[in-house]
Design a protein around this ligand. Structure first.
Ligand SMILES: *Cc1c(COP(=O)(O)O)cnc(C)c1O
Length: 497
């Protein structure tokens, strides 16, 4: 059966093709696109170890992107997962202290968002070629740090695209900001916003929902799209590495075929872990998905009480890519918890927007048994980095440390014995200062790139080229704006008035 897409808030049963959903990003009614049904994998699990990452990507993604031909999809995959990653495995596993670490930081920006964002521009370009109207695609992205650089790297100089990135000017690390400000490409535009990530994301959503502006754009030959993890072109490529992790565990004789495993996922916008949920629904033997949060633990509360409440203080932490109070992709989970009821899903989302919170029913809560949720405070995160370094001489980035702390506390409190995989989302070099804090290094308080050098001296992992380039690439002038100036800024970039 061919899979189509409908909106989590769709009042009609209207559906669109995968390529339309990829080009639009968000549904016109403000909802997120979900597949009309969740496909099951078409190969036996025992076959997994025979697949390369690229072959596995094809086997999974052909089920979701059903209006792409085999040639189109394979060509996108080949372009996305090649020499731009520093290992042919793309997402290798390592093992410490009885845990598996799925390393998703071997792409050009040394963080997990590369896995999806190296593919998305190619998917969009094929999707656009299927439409008769020739429009330039404008990617609009609010980023808590990593998405920005990864999207810029993916879209830079891709023909018929422009990319505009907004980041919270005090909410990203020095390295993240420098990575963005050294981005090349005439079609790339970057702005620091005087607010937090949610301020920027809310505005971007408003711009997407502005039909007047949309008409104006259409007249001028533009179409907005999103590179955020709400786009199905980002979400589903993330399903692949859950299966790939399992295949490596089989190869490495850590588990037997069909044995269930846990994944601990450092969570912000709920995209990564949602991909794990889809993998489970497709037939991957998953016991629990551990939703790991930092001090902004709005999701921990949600899973443990049923109350989602964004009216709480916002903290800037050592794991900034998880500093989020509104996890956009959670809407898709709500949709499934309501038994795919767009009316009910809309009501919850409306309540979140107007009152700042909602509580799910006990019937909905009873369907959350495959999740466990916990968080790591800043102290626990730093202690986890220190502990791993002293014991195993490996340096965890703070996001990964949050997930490994949550994995261990899950094992300690539940005595669960399933093999547990910590999803490692960034290289320690990307968050050098936070890692040095964890390691009690006196250099933790020296600014910027010197922290990277200090960390290198300590952990003896070669500096990835993407980081060494930051030392000598030209830097763009910083452009800073207020949240209410975002729409005007977009118009200016596109030459509209
Ligand atoms: C984006 C990001 C996360 C959070 O992933 P979500 O899909 O937003 O939940 C975690 N760690 C790192 C390093 C990230 O860049």
């Amino acid at each position: 059966m061919k899979i189509l897409y409908r909106s989590t808030r769709g009042k009609t049963k209207e559906t669109v093709s995968a390529s339309s959903a990829i080009l639009q990003g968000l549904s016109p009614d403000g909802g997120l696109y979900v597949p009309t049904s969740i496909p099951k994998i078409t190969f036996p699990l025992d076959d997994l170890p025979n697949f390369s990452y690229q072959e596995l990507a094809y086997q999974i993604l052909k089920l979701f992107f059903s209006d792409f031909t085999e040639t189109e999809l394979r060509s996108c995959i080949t372009k996305a997962y090649g020499k731009n990653f520093d290992t042919p495995k793309i997402a290798p596993m390592s093992y410490y202290e009885g845990l598996g670490f799925l390393e998703l930081f071997h792409g050009p920006t040394i963080a997990f968002k590369d896995v999806a964002l190296q593919l998305l521009p190619h998917l969009m370009s094929v999707a656009a070629s299927k439409k008769s109207e020739k429009k330039e695609t404008v990617i609009l992205t609010a980023t808590s740090g990593d998405t920005g650089k990864a999207a810029l790297a993916g879209f830079a100089n891709v023909p018929h695209t422009k990319i505009i990135v907004f980041y919270p000017k005090h909410g990203v690390s020095f390295i993240q900001e420098r990575q963005m400000l050294t981005q090349q490409g005439k079609n790339t535009f970057i702005f620091g916003v005087d607010g937090n990530f949610d301020d920027a994301q809310t505005r971007v959503k408003k711009i997407f929902n502005d039909t007047l502006l949309e008409n104006d754009l259409a007249k001028n030959g533009y179409r907005f799209s999103s590179a955020n993890s709400i786009n199905i072109g980002r979400l589903f490529p993330q399903v692949v590495y859950y299966f790939y992790a399992y295949s490596q565990l089989l190869k490495d004789h850590k588990i037997k075929p069909y044995e269930k495993v846990n994944f601990s996922v450092p969570t912000g916008n709920f995209g990564n872990i949602l991909a794990g949920y889809y993998a489970k629904k497709m037939g991957l033997p998953v016991n629990k998905l551990l939703c790991a949060s930092n001090k902004n633990n709005v999701l921990t509360k949600f899973f443990n009480t049923g109350l989602y409440d964004r009216k709480r203080p916002f903290y800037v932490t050592s794991s900034p890519s998880m500093d989020i109070l509104i996890s956009s992709n959670l809407e898709r989970l709500l949709f499934y918890l309501t038994k795919e009821d767009p009316q009910k899903t809309s009501t919850f989302m409306k309540q979140l927007e107007e009152e700042g919170n909602y509580t799910i029913t006990s019937q909905m809560r009873s369907q959350l048994k495959s999740f466990y949720a916990n968080f790591a405070s800043e102290d626990k995160t730093a202690a986890e980095i220190d502990r791993f370094f002293s014991k195993d001489k490996i340096a965890l980035d703070p996001h990964t440390a949050v997930a490994s702390y949550v994995a261990r506390s899950f094992q300690d409190t539940t005595e669960d014995e399933h093999f547990t995989i910590v999803v490692s989302t960034a290289s320690p070099y990307k968050f050098a200062q936070a890692v040095l804090v964890g390691l009690h290094d006196p250099n933790a308080f020296i600014p910027g790139l010197e922290a990277v050098t200090a960390l290198q001296g300590k952990i003896h992992i070669p500096l990835p080229p993407t980081i060494s380039r930051l030392f000598d690439s030209p830097i763009r002038a910083k452009k800073e704006i207020k949240p209410h100036e975002m729409e005007r800024t977009v118009k200016k970039v596109l030459g509209l008035n």
